[in-house]
Design a protein. Structure first.
Length: 126
């Protein structure tokens, strides 16, 4: 009798399990910096392959990313420029660097030929 009850319970659990929807992978949503997009995309792919969880990132620009995290539309935002401590506190946010990038100044002045101006680090710093 106990054996029949156990088999019936096991069959019922198997049938119920077959009807249940599959477990969904977690999804993390972010938005912001277009500069950071390529590396965030690579990290998101590696994370998905390792965990099965999704990271969706919208490359919409730093200001839009900050607005979306502040509005609670996304789970994280990325900005090329760090926020000031008072902005972080006011918005209830934290920040840490994930990538660094170089800035390359370019000049194009009418009437000045290539090589005529030396744009040095000292000049840039001045």
């Amino acid at each position: 009798m106990n054996r029949i009850l156990a088999l019936t319970a096991a069959a019922a659990l198997a049938a119920i399990s077959a009807l249940a929807p599959p477990a969904r992978a977690a999804e993390v949503r972010g938005a912001g910096s277009t500069f950071a997009y390529p590396i965030i995309w690579k990290w998101a792919e590696a994370f998905r392959e390792h965990t099965g969880d999704l990271v969706e990132y919208q490359s919409v620009g730093s200001s839009a990313g900050i607005a979306r995290i502040q509005d609670g539309v996304v789970d994280f935002g990325a900005s090329d420029k760090p926020l000031k401590p008072e902005e972080l506190e006011k918005r209830g946010l934290g920040q840490f660097p994930i990538v660094f990038g170089g800035v390359v100044p370019v000049v194009n002045l009418d009437g000045v030929d290539a090589g005529q101006i030396r744009f040095t680090g000292a000049l840039l710093a001045d």
